[in-house]
Write a protein that binds this ligand. Structure first.
Ligand code: NAI
Length: 334
């Protein structure tokens, strides 16, 4: 295979683990990957000059202006190395002849298991117990949890990740309510499909597993929170924009909400995936949120298992090669 027939890929928001996992394809696939640490956005789009493809992740900002500039630079394909695609203006891409691919399924178990780890940690406060015992403090006061068995878990979105999550919590003996405009026949026997309002009013734990769209932005807002049970636990491993963070803070302050576990945050693109421990964080909303004793935030690591990374890399490279070979007519192309 010649260098000229290879697809040249500008790999934005690259991390050392990306370099490692994508390196395995360098000798076997017709792609030349150039790693760029910066996120793709208006100020960095010029770096895509001379490339056939841009490969992007969850917080790259592929908005209308960026897409227009990509088209001017001759970029033909946007390869998302993730499932969600709310950060790409797909309509403009199509209008300007740029194809878009994503990785619809890669170890949905990785995110589902992370949602469960947020629930168990928040409930049994293992993160606090770890620190106490390390310091020789064996006091139990403040560590009181609840038994998950027989509790009602409301699952919003029952696709790949939501159904993997349902299969896990079923094992705990939980009652499961589900809301999804397109119910999943594979898990119908395990859940009671209900409308959103019923789910909000009857669940002890609510876990979000639907994509972020224009229609469901801030679906968890003041009104939704008002309807929830007192002391409810809210888990979001999906997309930050599904929750109105100010409403969440209000709900925590009034103690309507008992626990919050987040792997995503609506303004995460300004914060996540970087060491900011020596910076003064300017996001007051995030800073307020992280002061609550009953809030646990992780920095979008739900996908981050070795198995998931391998699947993401394999599918992304196959998608990119699919463009070169003219095979773009399948589910991975948007
Ligand atoms: P999927 O496409 O298999 O399932 C999504 C489900 O949500 C579908 O059944 C759909 O009908 C349903 N849905 C759509 N709009 C809805 C609404 N307004 N209310 C309720 N349900 C709705 O997607 P998958 O693979 O399960 O992923 C779900 C989301 O998880 C992704 O869109 C992404 O935002 C997030 N994600 C987070 C990761 C992380 O590392 N934290 C990693 C991968 C995905």
């Amino acid at each position: 295979m010649t260098q000229s027939s290879s697809n040249k890929v500008a790999f934005f928001s690259s991390k050392s683990f990306d370099k490692q996992v994508f390196a395995q394809f360098e000798q076997t696939k017709p792609v030349i990957v150039s790693h760029i640490e910066s996120r793709l956005e208006q100020t960095t789009v010029a770096l895509a000059a001379g490339f056939d493809t841009v490969c992007v992740f969850v917080n790259d900002d592929v908005n209308t202006q960026v897409v227009e500039q990509l088209a001017e630079l001759g970029v033909k394909h946007v390869a998302l190395r993730c499932a969600g695609y709310n950060n790409v203006d797909i309509t403009t891409c199509h209008k300007l002849g740029i194809s878009v691919s994503h990785v619809p399924v890669y170890s949905p178990y990785s995110v589902a298991e992370h949602a469960l780890s947020l629930i168990l940690t928040l409930n049994r406060r293992t993160h606090k117990a770890y620190n106490r015992v390390k310091e020789g403090n064996f006091e139990l006061q403040g560590l009181l949890g609840f038994t998950l068995h027989n509790k009602t878990i409301g699952v919003i979105g029952t696709g790949h990740i939501g159904s993997a999550f349902i299969n896990i919590v079923e094992g705990f003996g939980c009652k499961i309510l589900a809301y999804d405009p397109t119910p999943n026949p594979l898990i119908k026997s395990k859940v009671e499909y209900v409308d959103l309002q019923y789910l909000l009013t009857h669940s002890d734990i609510i876990s979000l597993h639907c994509p972020l769209t224009q229609d469901n932005s801030h679906m968890i807002n003041v009104n939704a929170i008002q309807q929830m049970k007192d002391g409810v636990m809210i888990i979001n491993t999906s997309r930050g924009g599904l929750i109105d963070t100010s409403a969440l803070i209000k709900g925590l302050k009034t103690q309507k909400i008992g626990y919050v576990g987040l792997d995503v945050y609506e303004m995460e693109s300004e914060l996540f995936f970087r060491d900011r421990s020596y910076e003064v964080i300017q996001d007051d909303l995030f800073q307020r949120l992280s002061t609550f004793h009953n809030v646990l935030i992780t920095g979008h690591q739900g996908f981050f298992t070795q198995e998931a990374l391998n699947e993401i890399a394999t599918t992304t490279i196959n998608n990119i090669c699919g463009v070169t070979e003219g095979q773009t007519n399948h589910d991975n192309f948007l």
